[in-house]
Design a protein around this ligand. Structure first.
Ligand code: VGL
Ligand code: ZN
Length: 242
């Protein structure tokens, strides 16, 4: 049977559309983000010190663990960070005579919030949370190990001069996009995300995979700054898990 030319071209384009539709990942159809081989999950400071029972506990900090474990299955590339301080670190209130935790002081590079002694290198307090399940993690990056300089960011120390090398590592491995999770939203997560964006990575923060310290409005300020700089705020359910 002859099919009229007009009808034939309709059938052909319908078939092409069906093919394209069928070829799309389900996740895309559902409007979710699918991390590809050029994306990395960054898991910030999910350590004993930052969960209840630790030396600088973040409220409900342990709740990020199952969320991170779940989304991590969607990632080929995972980087884990550890806050890793010397004894007598410059960020510890106990290092500064007359200072109490959560006060601030002026250090050579600027204002520094002073914290309880926490995440001292090699202690159990500084160990990663035992329930993290990240067998595919490729890099564990320690930061804050210089006695006189803090490092909230996984990319650059608080002097804003000393690099951790993470941007070079990610770039040399072809990573273009990072998804930041962990503790605490308003300190190490926010600083890491802001640096990632500034250094040229497309940057997402997965809000429910983070918990905050929230010191004097720091959480709201952090989200405001991240929004202004183009860091994207998403939820774990926005990530396609297949
Ligand atoms: C952090 C305060 C001090 C963090 C680390 O991981 O957010 N906060 N050190
Ligand atoms: Zn610290």
């Amino acid at each position: 049977m002859m099919i009229p030319a007009k009808r034939r071209s309709f059938l052909q384009s319908a078939a092409a559309l069906a093919l394209a539709g069928g070829g799309l990942p389900l996740a895309f159809a559902a409007g979710k983000i699918k991390p590809g081989e050029r994306a990395a999950l960054i898991v910030v400071d999910v350590q004993n010190c930052f969960v209840p029972g630790g030396t600088l506990p973040v409220a409900k900090g342990d709740e990020v663990v199952p969320v991170i474990n779940r989304i991590a299955t969607a990632f080929e590339n995972v980087v884990v960070t550890q806050d890793w301080h010397t004894p007598g670190h410059a960020s510890f209130a106990s290092t500064h005579a007359g200072k109490k935790p959560f006060e601030t002081t002026k250090l050579s590079y600027g204002q520094q919030v002073l914290w309880p002694d926490h995440c001292v290198r090699g202690t159990d307090d500084a160990a990663l949370h035992k329930d993290l399940k990240l067998p595919q993690a490729q890099l564990i990056l320690r930061k804050g190990f210089h006695e006189h300089v803090d490092s909230y960011s996984a990319f650059e120390e608080a002097d804003r001069k000393t690099s951790t090398g993470l941007a070079g590592y990610l770039k040399q491995r072809g990573i273009k996009t990072v998804f930041v999770t962990g503790l605490a939203t308003d300190f190490c997560v926010a600083w890491t995300a802001l640096d990632a964006k500034r250094l040229g990575f497309e940057t997402y923060v997965v809000e429910d995979a983070c918990r905050a310290i929230d010191l004097n409005g720091s959480l709201e300020a952090a989200w405001k700054q991240m929004k202004a700089k183009g860091v994207q705020r998403i939820q774990s359910e926005d990530i396609a898990l297949t």
